[in-house]
Write a protein that binds this ligand. Sequence first.
Ligand code: ATP
Ligand code: MG
Length: 242
Amino acid sequence: MAGELIYFLPTLDPAHSISGRQTVELKGYSHIAPGVEYRIRNRSTRFSTKYDRSDGRLVTLIKTLHDGFTMTRGFYIGRFQPYHNGHHNVIDTIAEEVDELVLGIGSAGDSHSRHDPFTAGERIMMITKSLVDYDLVTYAVPIEDLDRNSVWVSHVQSMSPDFDIAYSNNPLVIRLFEEAGVEVRQSPMFNRDVLEGTEVRDRMVDGGDWQRLVPDPVVEVIEESDGIDRIQQVSDSDSNGI
Ligand code: ATP
Ligand code: MG
C-alpha cells in the first residue's frame, strides 16, 4: 500500500530546514510536526537511515499507523532469569515513551541451570502476568542464542515484529544495535546492587529473601513451576568435594 509522507527536518538555521512530501510504501509513516525532532528510519525511500543535524544530533521519524495516529514500537531484550523489579522499573519508563513493546526473551533455549533456571515459557508467564495492568501492547518473542555477535541484530530482527527503538543497558547489546543503525535508548539503573538476576538467583539457592526483588506474579509463577527446588537441585554438585 502506498501512502504520503509529509516531512519537516529542522536544522539550527530554519532557512535550511528541509521539508516536502512524497509517496512512500506505507509500512506506516507519520505526519511530522515542524520543529519536532525525528530520526529518519525509512528504509524504503531515498532517505538515509541517519540524518545528522549540524549540531550533531539526530532527527527521528516516528512511525505511524495509516489512520494518522502516531505509533511507536520499542524492543527490550533480556534473559529475565527471573523477571525482577529492575526489569519492571525499566519497562515502567519505556511505557512512557512507546505504544507497543516487543520483549525479547534472550537465551530462550536455555533452562534448568543455575545461570538460566527458567524456560522461555515460564519467563513469558512471569512477564505477561506482571504487565497485565499496563496500558501497553506487548509481544514476547523468544530469541535463541546465536554464537556470532556480528549478525546478532539481524537474527533478532528476523524473529521480532518491526521496532523503532531498542532499549538496553547492556553494553554489548547497545554496541550491536548502534552498529546496525538502530536507535538505542538506555534507562536509569534501578537499585542495581540488589536488582540483578544473579543476586536474585543467589538468594534462591541460598534460601534468602528473593521474593522482595520480583513482582508478586513472578513469585506465583516460580512456585507453580517448583522453581526454587529446581534451581537448588541443579546448583548442587555430584563431585565428592575433594
Ligand atoms: P543477570 O545477572 O542474570 O545478567 P540482569 O539483572 O542483568 O541479570 P538481564 O536479563 O541480563 O538481567 O537484563 C536485561 C536488561 O535489563 C539489561 O539491559 C540490563 O542492563 C537491564 N537491567 C537489569 N537490571 C536492571 C536494573 N536494576 N536497572 C536497570 N536496568 C536493568
Ligand atoms: Mg545481565
